[in-house]
Write a protein that binds this ligand. Structure first.
Ligand SMILES: [Zn+2]
Length: 119
């Protein structure tokens, strides 16, 4: 059976609707395929792109943010929910330095995810 699923990423203001098959178990956010996007109402950052390209960009940013937060959490023992982050005008993920973070965190974030630490 086909169902519609909405997604509002926390990394930008896009609104996305997917169609998915309820018989399939692959509806997790990290497995949503661009082919399944029915509608994308773009935010200011993703306006002007073809829908599929906008979706890929939104997904990539959201994934990069999630991975940066997880890395910051795991390397400092800070609960994931307490990691503060933002995205700058160049769409770079910025992690607010958690307590106990050493210089290694900034190096790892930059090398693996192009992200940076501030504060
Ligand atoms: Zn967007």
């Amino acid at each position: 059976m086909q169902k519609i699923l909405g997604w509002r990423p926390d990394t930008c203001g896009c609104r996305i609707r997917f169609q998915y098959d309820t018989d399939s178990k692959t509806v997790a956010a990290d497995q949503r395929k661009p082919e399944a996007v029915l509608e994308l109402v773009p935010c200011e950052h993703h306006a002007g792109l073809p829908m599929r390209d906008a979706y890929v960009a939104v997904w990539e940013e959201n994934d990069r943010k999630n991975r940066a937060c997880t890395l910051a959490s795991e390397s400092t023992g800070t609960p994931l929910a307490d990691i503060e982050w933002s995205i700058d005008k160049d769409r770079v993920v910025v992690i607010k330095s958690p307590p106990g973070a050493g210089p290694d965190l900034g190096i790892a974030l930059a090398a693996r995810l192009g992200a940076r630490v501030e504060g």
